[in-house]
Design a protein around this ligand. Structure first.
Ligand code: 13P
Ligand code: SF4
Length: 300
């Protein structure tokens, strides 16, 4: 049997969900490819007993939380987002004690234990909208300092308290203003799309700041023919595939998330066949953390 036919056979009882940064081969056989928000939304509508989640730890944990009666698998357990580990639950409790009137909004790129302490979670696609919708004037936000800066810029009427002081995505930190300026000089008609995990000085050079899925949507809808893209390189695959007449220029070709790329094709196939890497979450913590996730899903 050919590999693609074997995959179709194996997928009869298993849905494959993949993040936009996964390798092209995995994206091409996935049932759904999207950003963190889209993946959560899709995970609420699964009708198969297995979910093979191709992304990083916090995303697979969300899928497991939303599907307690299903088995969530990962091609590689070591696919862990380093930023998600930058905010321990105790830091959140400490901030709450210090600012008792503030709401706690955590970026979904956070470990489950910390998310269990949040009032609501958000993604890069909806952080501004969610924070605007809250009645509280003070917001404890973490762990991404760059996303916090983006929110503060768009919601100046609120005070954003960042925890930890300098949490960040090491992949998006690689983008520098000169990458954008050089690309703009070469492609003066291009639109610049920047992910809000990039540093403020890079965000300031953007035409649009958006999540990965919002970049895909914008590239389709915009009349521009050329786009400079400042996010992880994996997004280029869908951008090119879904917009054959348009040109996409990576602002920095070496912006690769090594955690996302731990899901190799070999590990993907091994897991689809073997179903051994089951995502296990603490049921007590999951029940607490689910509230902040459900609240976000209701708000968007
Ligand atoms: P989105 O795909 O939600 O924009 O997130 C980007 C990211 O870095 C996920 O880890
Ligand atoms: Fe984490 Fe950044 Fe990789 Fe996303 S790109 S998984 S935020 S390290």
């Amino acid at each position: 049997m050919g590999e693609l036919r074997e995959i179709e056979e194996l997928k009869k009882d298993c849905i494959v969900l993949a993040h936009n940064y996964q390798i092209p081969r995995i994206q091409d056989v996935a049932d759904f490819v999207g950003d963190s928000l889209g993946l959560c939304q899709r995970a609420t509508k699964v009708d198969k007993p297995y979910i093979l989640f191709c992304g990083v730890d916090f995303m697979a944990e969300s899928a497991a939380m939303l599907n307690p009666d299903k088995t969530v698998l990962m091609p590689e357990f070591m696919a862990k987002c380093p930023m998600a580990a930058q905010l321990p639950a105790e830091k959140v409790r400490e901030a709450r004690r210090k600012y008792p009137d503030a709401a706690v909004v955590l970026y979904i790129n956070t470990r489950l234990e910390a998310r269990a302490e949040a009032d609501i979670v958000c993604t890069s696609a909806n952080a501004v909208k969610i924070i605007k919708s809250l009645p509280e004037k003070e917001i404890i936000f973490g762990p991404d300092w760059a996303l916090a800066w983006h929110v503060q810029r768009n919601v100046p009427e609120k005070k954003i308290i960042t925890i930890p002081a300098q949490g960040a995505c090491r992949t998006h930190l690689l983008f520098k203003p000169e990458h954008i300026l050089e690309a703009r000089e070469k492609y003066p008609n291009a639109e610049v799309l920047v992910h809000p995990e990039c540093k403020p000085e890079v965000q300031l050079l953007a035409d649009k700041i958006c999540s990965t899925e919002q970049m895909i949507r914008w590239a389709k809808e915009s009349n521009s023919r050329e786009f400079i893209i400042a996010t992880e390189i994996g997004l280029l695959h869908r951008l090119k595939k879904e917009n054959p007449g348009k040109t996409f220029i990576p602002a920095y070709k070496r912006a690769v998330c090594i955690s996302m790329k731990k899901n190799t094709w070999e590990k993907f196939m091994e897991e689809l066949r073997g179903r051994k890497n089951v995502v296990k979450i603490d049921p007590v913590i999951a029940e607490k953390a689910r509230k902040s996730l459900d609240r976000m899903l209701k708000a968007v």
